[in-house]
Design a binder for this molecule. Structure first.
Ligand SMILES: [Zn+2]
Length: 237
């Protein structure tokens, strides 16, 4: 009876991500669509700014949206060289500003999606959309209940829909013109890709710099990729 079971349109997402001009991260040389890199632009008093919406005039430098690449770009002089001017950078402030800007951009996009009727919120509506495989991304508020988070992560994981952590419920809700909102899902694949990139970037910019050495196991924001939960305990019969 299942005449047309269309596979998840993940090709579309990737195609979109590669759209447009590509740029190279000055820190790690990774090449990506300009929309998937942070643009750093010249600022007043030789203090560069992260140009979230890529609209500031002047020469720009591109960097991966991670604290590691931003740090390397600052410390190795890549930003100053790229901007062709001496620069003064407060790295922590730059990372914080970039993270906040990315969250803000994600919220704006969620608001747009809401107006288009393709962003859903609240457990029941999200659950329905996920179960129908119409969702392209699930966003869970940072302060959502453990139960909500666990359950929706499992359901989304079951049908291969990515899940990303978002800001607090009050912030998420405000972007949608509501009160507290614990979970949101996005139907539109292109919109979902933008929101996912921005929120993952924000997390990566806030991540403490584990300089390679171990120990960075502090905050458990994990579970971003859990296609196959590894069962380490042998529950042999
Ligand atoms: Zn990089």
């Amino acid at each position: 009876m299942a005449a047309n079971e269309a596979p998840a349109p993940e090709g579309g997402r990737h195609a979109r991500e590669e759209d447009g001009p590509t740029r190279q991260c000055v820190a790690c040389r990774h090449r990506a669509s300009a929309r998937r890199l942070l643009r750093v632009a010249p600022g007043p008093r030789h203090e560069p700014v992260v140009d979230i919406y890529r609209r500031l005039p002047g020469r720009g430098v591109h960097v991966c949206a991670t604290a590691g690449c931003l740090r390397k770009a600052v410390e190795k002089g890549g930003i100053g060289r790229g901007l062709k001017e001496p620069v003064r950078v407060d790295l922590d402030a730059l990372c914080t500003f970039a993270a906040e800007g990315l969250v803000d951009s994600a919220l704006k996009r969620l608001g747009i999606g809401r107006r288009n009727g393709r962003t859903h919120f609240g457990f029941d509506d999200v659950e329905r959309t996920v179960a129908a495989r119409r969702a392209s991304l699930v966003v869970i508020a940072a302060d959502a209940s453990q139960r909500t988070a666990t359950e929706l992560r499992a359901r989304a994981g079951h049908v291969g829909i990515p899940v990303v952590g978002g800001p607090a419920m009050a912030v998420l809700g405000a972007a949608l013109g509501r009160g507290d909102v614990a979970v949101v899902c996005v139907e539109d694949p292109a919109l979902a890709a933008d929101v996912e990139w921005a929120l993952r970037g924000a997390a990566a910019l806030r991540a403490p710099q584990a300089g390679g050495a171990g120990g960075g196991g502090g905050g458990k924001r994990g579970g971003e990729k859990s296609p196959a939960a590894v069962e380490s305990g042998s529950t042999g019969t």
